[in-house]
Design a protein. Structure first.
Length: 456
């Protein structure tokens, strides 16, 4: 029997949440008023009705329960649920505010409802995940599949399901189609029919167009779903996406990070807002640093230096001066840390606290840098990395350099080829995906470095 209750899991979650929403409402009412007998005579009946209608509207808009067996993950589903709860809560608060009887409702009961709802729904999701893992590992509720192909790609498919037994997929062999196509298709159809397979995975790199069409016809006859697997190995790390031009799927390989319009907009907006806030609120700090440099060391307060930016284009980076004005007579070289004679006494403090880099927010506002991104390098460092790790470093050049980065936090100042390459590896991890949350997290870690004086 091929029907393994398709679509049942989303329905279970949906109705469980509806039940728990109403249960949470009733429990919160009892905790608040200690009497359920007068509930049906009060205005809370209308509030509960509105809560159910708004919940249905929220989950419909957000598609909270739209997932499959393969795409079902606890963290993702919990995140989608929390989003729906936030939307629901915002709409209900608006309803209470606009309602003529809004003041008659208990805020305590309102907040307790959501607290119970989130706690109970989270617990129910955890219980369902545990149940599914145990149930499927025991051999129940499984899908039967076979693979058309015998190469590396076929082995990867089998290993994927073999390592994730909780997904509930049972393997029934690999099948190779050679030149004698008709007899092989017939043999494959016998296997599908006898074993009542749910899925046939077709490795496209091993099949001709005609063979693929024959397998699809076989699937239609035996009511078996066909899954075509292209060989994307080698470039999926570039975050390939699929777009549909009319009926034709187009695979777009993003050759640079933050290539989507949304990512670019979000990152640039965050840079502008955060930099503006730092420049305004940090004005007293800017003035104190300016005064300290002016009093303790003759020469200009600010220092600018040419660095390599996005696409390798050179620009001038701004810093508070931390070295003596005649330091350039000693030649351009890497810092020697605390033993560097070129650094002024106040400059040592500025470097340890990273305060010398505050003027770089001007570079961010100008669009030359970002708040978070790989550190901008000297030209000779660029040449060194182009020789040591050309492919990886060229990928770093596709984004704007930043004031702070994961590589800068974990490795610090890089004065050797090995350290530069190590910092490069860390920064490449940041480029794989972007979120404002990641940027904020890195900024907090940078603040820790500043407060503890671990900068260089």
């Amino acid at each position: 029997m091929k029907n393994h209750y398709p679509g049942l899991l989303p329905k279970v979650h949906l109705w469980t949440d509806v039940i728990l929403l109403n249960l949470s409402f009733f429990l919160a009412y009892i905790f608040r008023f200690r009497d359920l007998n007068v509930f049906y005579e009060s205005q809370y009946v209308n509030l509960l009705l509105a809560a159910n209608l708004v919940w249905i509207f929220s989950i419909y808009i957000l598609k909270t329960y739209k997932f499959t067996r393969l795409s079902y993950h606890f963290n993702v589903q919990l995140g989608n649920f929390i989003k729906a709860v936030l939307i629901h809560g915002a709409v209900m608060m608006g309803y209470l505010y606009l309602s003529k009887q809004g003041e008659a409702y208990s805020r305590y009961q309102f907040l307790m409802t959501y607290g119970l709802f989130i706690a109970l729904s989270t617990a129910s999701r955890a219980a369902i995940v545990v149940f599914l893992k145990v149930y499927r590992r025991a051999g129940y509720n499984f899908n039967k599949y076979a693979i058309v192909g015998r190469g590396d790609l076929a082995s990867l498919i089998r290993e994927f399901y073999g390592e994730r037994k909780e997904l509930g997929y049972r393997f029934y062999g690999m099948f190779n189609l050679d030149s004698d196509n008709d007899s092989k298709i017939d043999s494959l159809e016998v296997l599908v029919k006898d074993k009542q397979l749910d899925y046939l995975y077709c490795c496209l790199n091993e099949l001709s167009d005609e063979q693929v069409r024959e397998v699809i016809k076989l699937g239609e006859r035996q009511r078996t779903q066909i899954r075509l697997v292209p060989d994307f190995r080698g470039f999926m790390t570039n975050m390939a996406t699929i777009e549909y031009h009319d009926m034709y799927p187009i695979i777009q390989v993003n050759t640079k990070p933050f290539s989507s319009f949304n990512e670019q907009t979000v990152k640039r907006t965050f840079d502008l807002i955060f930099s503006s806030i730092v420049m305004v609120l940090g004005a007293p700090v800017f003035f104190l640093v300016w005064a300290a440099i002016k009093i303790t060391s003759p020469g200009p307060v600010f220092f600018k230096q040419q660095r390599s930016g996005r696409w390798g284009e050179m620009f001038y980076i701004y810093k508070f001066r931390s070295m003596y004005t005649d330091a350039d007579k000693m030649g351009m070289q890497h810092s020697k840390g605390d033993d560097d004679p070129r650094i002024t006494p106040i400059g040592r403090i500025l470097r340890k606290s990273r305060l010398d880099e505050l003027p770089q927010f001007i570079n961010v506002l100008k669009g030359e840098m970002s708040v978070v991104g790989p550190r901008p390098l000297f030209k000779y460092d660029v040449d060194m990395l182009m020789e040591a790790a050309p492919h990886d470093f060229q990928r770093l050049l596709t984004v704007k350099p930043g004031i702070t980065s994961i590589g800068q936090i974990n490795v610090g100042y890089a004065d050797t080829v090995a350290k530069n390459v190590e910092r490069l590896r860390h920064d490449l991890q940041y480029l794989k995906s972007y979120s404002v949350f990641d940027d904020v997290q890195l900024i907090f870690r940078t603040v820790q470095v500043m407060v503890l004086g671990r900068g260089q």
